[in-house]
Write a protein that binds this ligand. Structure first.
Ligand SMILES: *[C@@H]1O[C@H](CO)[C@@H](O)[C@H](O)[C@H]1NC(C)=O
Ligand SMILES: *[C@@H]1O[C@H](CO)[C@@H](O)[C@H](O)[C@H]1NC(C)=O
Length: 533
């Protein structure tokens, strides 16, 4: 009897240290996974869709639409219980050029995921959409809650009461987008993108894309965008996207994973035979120091790395020092950003297990100016409506009037419009010069994005400036769906001697384009800064 009890205890102990309650069962087309962390989820093995996600007894999955990669991939799925003490369930869903991995880790209230592609999905974006039951997961981003609204632009910008709303307004720049989600009574659902989770995405550190939409009916989406055509400045990257995770809590956002949020430890993936995964031991780093950026920007310096296979970034410390994430081996273009403006670029090669040293110095020219409006930092921050544009449509009644505007040099730049729309009209800049400031001068107009070929053409007093060629910018709406992040383009105008006069002068900036459009969809561009020197 005693022996039997002892044996029983040993047996139970063994079970507890492996996977008591943890594992999967199959029933018809359903693979039902119990994480033993409060979450049970179901994957349809004939499609790869998630059909149920029950956390602490609360069903969070919408019943009419499924959670899925792309818009559903029609995959065939195979489950295995694997890894250390069988502490992992891996479901591999294969559909042609796309493989979606769902992984449960013993005790994690999470669906760990990674997505391997050799071609862009036909839906044109690679994204995971969690379609959550709105009665259970009721609050996401207020700026993206469109229930009861009327579409005012495309099928994605709405007016709800007097406020404009859009799924695009939930976006965060990749460099700051480690967790986003939605919650309800007793439950929170969060997409977690750890350190290198965006390495196979596109657009760089300051790219923003949809995180959330509160829908008309029973629909709540928490989305990780991996590749999309939303004001995208780069080509899509193939290979393994992620790992990322859908994490369940009793409400608030997960703030730690035993370590820090950003460092959700994904190294267990290395033991799971995942196509395209490059283990840390096969990666390398870059360390160095950035220099040459004015001290007022010392806390806003970022180093980006990119090649056709991967992208990475790291913020420097205030002295300019940085150490990159663990990167795939290869040769990268390394870029120094002053806020969002590229001010230096060079090549660096990363080898497996190595740490390369690569210092980088700003090559930005800083001519001494007669006047300057705004900061040359690759953003319109500080200008009129720039504080609102990321979460409101330009037509929103909470916006200040766009113009036509007259700006007198010396006034607060918060009255200078962040964007110029052809249908709104020109901005006129008034300024005085002394007799020693006249003669041949240079005007620079820096822009961050344009739509429908919009670019600046100037009239200086009575002199008509040149008509620049159409800019190379993403072929996509931009500022009307809450972003200024395109290609930073500088226009330089040589003002001939005899144009500027001692006393009052004016420069009128118009939008020119061969295209047309209504109001805020008329050709437009976003200002970064201007200077006369
Ligand atoms: C991450 O997890 C692995 C086991 O999967 C462990 O060996 C490693 O120490 C962990 N790293 C950190 C930083 O905790
Ligand atoms: C600004 O423009 C107005 C009208 O064009 C003009 O009367 C005024 O003198 C200008 N002010 C300056 C400071 O140049």
């Amino acid at each position: 009897m005693l022996k039997r009890l002892v044996q029983g205890a040993v047996y139970l102990g063994l079970l507890a240290s492996s996977v008591l309650g943890f594992g999967y069962t199959t029933s018809g087309n359903s693979i039902v996974v119990t994480t033993d962390g409060g979450l049970t989820f179901t994957v349809d093995k004939t499609s790869g869709d998630i059909t149920s996600m029950v956390f602490n007894g609360i069903e969070t999955q919408d019943s009419s639409k499924r959670s899925q990669i792309a818009s559903g991939i029609g995959a065939t799925c195979t489950p295995t219980q694997t890894g250390n003490s069988n502490n992992y369930v891996k479901i591999t869903c294969v559909a042609g050029s796309l493989t979606q991995y769902y992984v449960a880790k013993y005790k994690d209230p999470a669906i760990h995921m990674a997505t391997y592609i050799t071609a862009e999905p036909s839906v044109g974006e690679l994204r995971f959409i969690s379609r959550l039951k709105k009665s259970a997961v009721s609050s996401g981003y207020a700026v993206s809650e469109i229930a009861g609204g009327t579409a005012i632009e495309g099928s994605d910008v709405f007016k709800v009461g007097s406020a404009t709303r859009s799924k695009f307004y939930s976006s965060k720049q990749f460099i700051d987008d480690q967790v986003h989600g939605a919650s309800g009574n007793g439950v929170g659902v969060y997409m977690v993108i750890p350190g290198n989770g965006y390495e196979a995405s596109s657009g760089g550190p300051f790219f923003r894309d949809i995180n959330n939409q509160g829908g008309e009916i029973d629909l709540y989406s928490v989305i990780v965008i991996q590749n999309s055509g939303h004001t995208q400045t780069e080509s899509n990257r193939m290979g393994l996207h992620g790992p990322y995770a859908l994490w369940f809590t009793s409400g608030s956002a997960p703030s730690t994973f035993g370590e820090s949020l950003i460092d959700l430890n994904t190294s267990f993936w290395e033991g799971l035979s995942v196509t395209g995964l490059v283990p840390q031991s096969q990666r390398g780093r870059v360390t160095g120091k950035a220099s040459g950026i004015a001290s007022s920007f010392s806390n806003y310096q970022t180093i980006g790395f990119s090649n056709s296979a991967a992208q990475y970034w790291v913020r420097t410390d205030s002295s300019g020092a940085f150490t990159s994430p663990y990167m795939k081996p290869g040769t990268y273009t390394m870029t120094l950003y002053k806020v969002e403006l590229a001010v230096a670029s060079q090549s660096v090669t990363v080898s497996a297990g190595g740490t390369a040293t690569s210092n980088i110095a700003s090559t930005e020219s800083n001519p001494s100016s007669i006047w300057q409006i705004g900061d040359f930092d690759g953003t319109p921050r500080g200008f009129l409506n720039a504080d609102k544009i990321e979460t409101m449509h330009p037509s929103d009644s909470r916006m200040s009037s766009w113009g036509p505007a007259t700006f007198t040099v010396g006034n607060s730049v918060s009255s200078f419009p962040m964007a110029l729309f052809k249908a709104v009209g020109a901005v006129k800049i008034n300024f005085s010069l002394t007799s020693s400031q006249i003669g041949a001068r240079t005007l620079q107009i820096a822009t961050t994005l344009a739509f429908a070929g919009g670019r600046p053409s100037v009239v200086v007093n009575n002199w008509n400036g040149p008509a620049p060629a159409a800019p190379s910018q993403p072929d996509s709406r931009g500022v009307t769906r809450g972003t200024w992040r395109g290609n930073n383009i500088m226009y330089t105008v040589s003002i001939p001697s005899g144009t500027l006069v001692a006393g009052s002068n004016s420069i009128t900036i118009n939008v020119i384009s061969g295209s047309s459009g209504d109001m805020y969809l008329s050709p437009n561009f976003v200002f970064d800064a201007l200077r006369l020197y």
